[in-house]
Structures are given as C-alpha cells and as structure tokens.
Design a protein around this ligand. Sequence first.
Ligand code: NOJ
Length: 918
Amino acid sequence: MRSLLFVLSLICFCSQTTLSWKKEEFRSCDQTPFCKRARSRTPGACSLIVGDVSITDGDLVAKLLLNQEDGDQIKPLVLSLTVYKDGIVRLRVDEDHTLNPPKKRFRVPDVVVSEFEEKKIWLQKLATETISGDTSPSSVVYVSDGYEAVVRHDPFEVYVREKSGDRRRVVSLNSHGLFDFEQLGKKTEGDNWEEKFRTHTDSRPFGPQSISFDVSFYDSSFVYGIPEHATSFALKPTKGPGVEESEPYRLFNLDVFEYDHESPFGLYGSIPFMVSHGKSGKTCGFFWLNAAEMQIDVLANGWDAESGISLPSSQSRIDTLWMSEAGIVDTFFFVGPEPKDVVKQYASVTGTSAMPQLFATGYHQCRWNYKDEEDVAQVDSKFDEHDIPYDVLWLDIEHTDGKRYFTWDSVLFPHPEEMQKKLAAKGRKMVTIVDPHIKRDDSYFLHKEATHMGHYVKDSSGKDFDGWCWPGSSSYIDMLSPEIREWWGGRFSYKNYAGSTPSLYIWNDMNEPSVFNGPEVTMPRDALHVGGVEHREVHNAYGYYFHMATSDGLVMRGEGKDRPFVLSRAIFPGTQRYGAIWTGDNTAEWEHLRVSIPMILTLGLTGITFSGADIGGFFGNPEPELLVRWYQVGAYYPFFRGHAHHDTKRREPWLFGERNTELMRDAIHTRYMLLPYFYTLFREANVTGVPVVRPLWMEFPQDEATFSNDEAFMVGDGLLVQGVYTKGTTHASVYLPGKESWFDLRNGKTYVGGKTHKMDAPEESIPAFQKAGTIIPRKDRFRRSSSQMDNDPYTLVVALNSSQEAAGELYIDDGKSFEFRRGAYIHRRFVFSNGVLTSTNLAPPQARLSSQCLIDRIILLGHSSGPKSALVEPLNQKAEIEMGPLRMGGLVASSGTKVLTIRKPGVRVDQDWTVKIL
Ligand code: NOJ
C-alpha cells in the first residue's frame, strides 16, 4: 500500500509540468530549528572571549572560552588564524580534539588547492593593542603591507583593517556578538534530538551542532555572490527595517521543480562566498568553507539600532548573518581592494576554472530527448541545411536502457559508435547523461559491482541507502571516498562504457543529489558516508565530488591527453576546476531570461565562469520572439546550450519560419565569430580566475551607476552587452560607463561613455558595444563547427580611444589537449599607438606553437583620418585600406557608419609584425 501511494505521488511529482514551485515541499527558516534559533538571537548574545593566545607553527592560535560568570556548559573551542600572501586571512574554529568530543566535526577536504599552502606567511610575532573601551588588550598580526588583522579578546571579534591613515576596517566577524557554536552531544536517556519535516524524521544522533556568526563589510554599498539563487545580482536585504518578510538566502543543494525567477530560496548549488563593493571603488570578500546547509541574512541598514553596538560611523557598512547546520568555522577574508583582486584571491584558495576544449565554447544542442539515431541524424543535417554552426549534440536519460547509465537503448540507439563517428566526421561531439543514482537491479552490472564493493551511501541503519529517482528504486555512489571516486572514474574507459568513443563527453545531472521520495527531494541528513560522515555535513559537496570523479574519469580515459568536458547541475566551491555548469530547470518566460544574467554574473564572481542557462527555458514553450531574444543574449553566455523538457514542442532554430531562423542563425554566428575572443577570455579565467562574463563594476569600479546594473554585462574588458528582456521591445536604455566612447558592434556607430542612451533594439540584435581602447580578435568565416574554423584567418577589430590607441590579446592552443600546460600555445598582445599596430609575444620564450593562420582583416573603429594604405613590416609590403560598412554577422546593418578596413595585410598570427597606417 505504502509503495502504491508512493508511486502515485511520484507520478504526480513528475507530471507537474504545468504547476509552479511547491513551496511547502521545502523547509522555511522557521521550520529549520538551527536557522530559527540563530535568527532569533540578539546582538551581543555571544559571551565567548579569547584566551591563551600564542604564535604556534606560524599561526595565531588561541582558545575561545566562556566568560567566567557564564558557567562552564561549553568546552573551550580552538581558534587559529593564518595569513596568506596577497591579502588573505583564514580563521578556523573547531572543537578541541584533546577534550574528546563524540566525533570529529567534518572539515571539507579537496576544495582548497594544494598550492595555497605555499602562500602561507609564517607569523613570527604578535602585537598587542588595547582597543578603546576594552578592559583587556587585543592581538594584532601582519597581513600584508597595507593591512593587519585584529583578534579582539573581549568581546571576541576578528577584523581586518588598513594599516595606515585612520585604519579603516575592511571586513569583520562577530562585531555584533552573534557568534554561536553548538557542540556535539552524546545522547543520554531522555534526549530527543529528532527533527521532523513532513513525513520525514531526521534522527540527529549528535544533537544540535550548528554554527552562526555575523560578518560586516565596510565601505560597502552592495553585497553580491553566495549562489545559487534566482534573484538580483546586488543582494537585497532579507531582514531589518523595510523588509517585511523574507527568508534568508538559503544554500542547500536541491532539485527545485519549476523555480521562481525571484527568490532567496536555494537552488542546485552552493558557494558560500560573498563579495562587497562600494563608492570608494573598493571590494572585499568573505568565504566560509562548509558543506552543510547554510542560511545567510543580508541585514538592512538600521537592523541593529537598538543593540547599543557602535562601529566606525565614518564607514558605510553591510552586515550579514551566516548560519550553518554543522561543520566547523573555516573562513577566509579577502582584502581586495580591486574587484579583480578579490576574485583572484578567492581563486588562489579554490582554484581557477579549467581550460575548456574549444568545441565546448561553441553552441550545444540539447533536448530531453532526441528520440533515436534517425532523429539525431536529422537534427544534425538540419543544422547544415540551414547553415547554422553547432558543436555538440546531447542525449538525455531516454537514450539509456531503462535509465541504467553507461548503457544504450538497443532499439532506439543500436549503433552508438557509428552515430558518434558520423558527428565526429564533421568535427562535432556528443554528450550523454550520467546521473549519480544507480538503478537497484540485480542484473545491472554497475549495481552489482557497486553493491559488491560496498560503494553506496548508507542509510542511518547502515544499509545501502535506497531512494527513488528516474530509474525507480536507486542507490547512490558514495563520492566522498577517493577510492570510490577512482573506481567511478574508471567506468568511463572505452572498455567499461560500451558504445562510447573519443568524441563522447558527459553530463552530470541530479547530483544535489535528487531523491524524489527524500526529505525536500534529497537524501536524508542522517544518511552515512565513508568514515561515518553524516550526509548533513557533506550535503552541499556531494555533487561537486561526483563532478570531480566524472571529470577525472574522462582525463583517465584519454590517458591525460584530452581535456574533459563534464556539465554539472550541482555546484560547490572548486567546481570550476572540473567543468561547466548550468542554471537548471528554468522556464520559458521573459523574467527567466532576465534573471539568467544576474545568475551568471554571480556564478562568475564566485569562481564559476563556465555557466549558462537553458536557451529558450526548460519548461514551457517560448513564443518565437522570446526564443530569438534568448539566443541573442545566450550567444554571450559562457556556456551556450539550447535545452527543453520532453513535454515541450520541438524548438530547433529552424522551426519558426524563415525570418526567425535567420535571426537565430545570426545570433549563433555572432558567437562563432567571437570564439577567438571567448577562448582568450577562458584562458584569462584559467590563469587568473577573472571571469569571462563580468559585472560592469568589475571594469568600472568607481562608477556607482553600475553597482546594481544586472541587465547589462561585460564580456571580457572589451564588450558590453545589454539584453532585451521584454516582449515587443524595440528600444533599450543602455548605460555605457567610463569616459571613453563605445562602438556599436553591429554598425560601428559611436556613443559617448558615462551616459544612458536610448537606442534601437530591432529584432535583428540586442545592443552590444566594443569599448574604445580595446582590440578584439574574431574569425569571420562561417563553418559548420568550431573545429572547421581551425585554419581560418583572423579579423582584428581595433576600437580606438580618444588618444587613438587600443590594445588587446589573443590566445591560441590546440583547443583540446593539455599541451598548453607545457607551453604549446600562442599568446599575442596587439597594441595600436601612434598610427602603428604592433603584434608582440606574451608567451614565455619556451612556449612553442606555430600557426599558419593569417590576419586577414584589420578593422579600425574611430580612426580620425582617411588613409589609403598601410605598410606591413617586416614583410615590407603595402596593404590596401578600404572604407566601407562594418559587417558583423549575416544580417545587413540597418544604418551603418563607414569604417576603415586594412585588407589582407598578410601577417601571421604567431609572429611579430607591425602595420603602419600611411
Ligand atoms: C533534470 C535536468 O535539470 C534537465 O535538464 C534534464 O533534462 C532532466 N533532469 C532529465 O534528465
């Protein structure tokens, strides 16, 4: 009976395609005891003080003790503060292991990159200072030339401040005394620690173990980050004056069905990293490495009016409250001060994003599902018929034999290898889906092996956890174990994955993990991982480990020679090292198109640059205008994929009449033309952590008008794109920051910076501009896929600033292997100055890659005179200069400005040369 009821509810769950988000399926803060407790604490509640301070092994080490008067219910906690180069402070607080806590609290391994420890600054000495009003001295340590960290003893507080001037604060913890650390308990008779939600009971064998504290960001106008939420880029306050009622921002990886386009509710991924930015142009950041459920409040100005706590009034400030169900305090303070410094500091802890293969930066065509091999062949040939480039065709869960991953439906996909080879012959790839739930079927080889080897997560009683997902009764691989991850990786070898070929890559979905009959559609918190780690402690990192194991598996498959491509839905800090992600099951609505930009900007700011939203919206049927606008915006997403639910109508780009096909083709062509620029930006992200798609304030940190703009975005430092997010719009207001001009990408028209322009947004394109002073590399020939463009010549678009100067870069490698790590790449710098364009080498001398590719065209935007020719050195040849309309994409610009084009200068992309305008 129970199982019948369950199957019925499952049918309901899966066919809810026309309903919207079911709020009651998920816990609110009020229904989450640790959140409710933390949220109701009042400022100053913390009575811990700092004692026993010393410098040990280069760290500041101390105890957090209760104030004498408060008795001894809490055992002393251990605090350590470590300083790293480039303005990073790490603060850890945990229970004292020498005092025999019931077990070790979970410290998240495998996220902080190993190189990070090399940046440690070994503290030698400790200064003391009595802060005015305090009765006891505090400890002060060196952070960098400009900054120092203060550990205030009584009351306990930690902050980073500038060293000179009026020693402005940067970021602080526990300035409002909300720090609380619930210690693990040993159950005794009569203790009932169970927590119930709907039909589920969490046994909570160690009792309450949550941690909470307040964090303040100084000289700040806005805070950003902490994905994944569908909400504005600048985070709105969730508590305090002016906020009627709001949930905190939740970080708990969940499979949220039909999510709302505006909500602090947590989606599929969690990155507890917040960034603040303010009028001074300064940025700082705070990161809490913790994988348990987290809730974060952004507190509205004045929330603490009655607290009696006073902080420097000369500094604007944003206060936040951080609450987590379990784990330890392992936090990082990043001093910035520039926006790019903060993202680099965070990247030095969690890693930069993996360098994708070139194909992965092109267009991906997905659908749940392409039915069979014939369907695949048809879709593939239609792209060619309609002259639309694409790189990857995707197969969703229906391609398998009964949702048994690593298998093929033998009727629908009888010749998987042949199918992949046909695509590969045109330079195209295939992606198949592999989820973490394994069908509990005794005749399924994977289930047999995983059961036999004990590779599944256990339920609280120690049996293999059994939950429902697509295949029905399923178990979940325990990705926390390095041995199991290695075993999992081995499943991707050509031998183990029958029917796979070298052009097949992987999609990891449902890895929050999604469990249809679990509490909040996920795994029970008291399920057990290797080493007795409770699921509650590791929940938000489960999908990360799965992604990691799959990505490493593809590296093994290719014997370390082929860069992996794995798309993941769940995310955690460090995800950027393993592949791309997408924003999950959005809806075919204009507001979902709009919110995709703040979501992608947030992900980029917090390390994950390779992201995108399903073009067209996953649920529902987009009207053609929405679909076209989505392609136009999506062409600038770092990850560019069309995808749709199986209940939706087919929506490949040629199905909406000739004109719409033309518009979508043009959007996709634009992306392909810009691939050299995107690839160069992916390399920048790979080296530095600076994202491909950026908020305007990352490039214009002083410009307040940009701080809350999340409808426009920068692609690199050279392009500004303004999406169109409303039906029937033919005009857009676009704010163009800075002092320099901007050139309309489509027709070369010039617009002054520092102003909002009302401009046309005809159906042909969305507004996009190149910043004066930049040089953007393109490839203008239209091909079927990115690999077919390999030998094509380049176009350089030189947008001159008011001093008639410009600069830009181009990065090239083989687009697929890891040879770039051994120096097999080309990195050029182009500078235009005094009428001369110069190409110089940026790669180290040992870098060795050559290319026969030529620069075919140099377009000069904003050139003041009308020269006729140019001198190319060292060839000592003349090249013609033409005056003509700017061409971008297949559609003819409605009103074009004439621009100068140097035709066929004949220079190679891998060599030094100059082109002098005569
Ligand atoms: C949920 C994913 O978010 C969606 O993209 C996919 O199509 C379905 N699962 C089926 O695999």
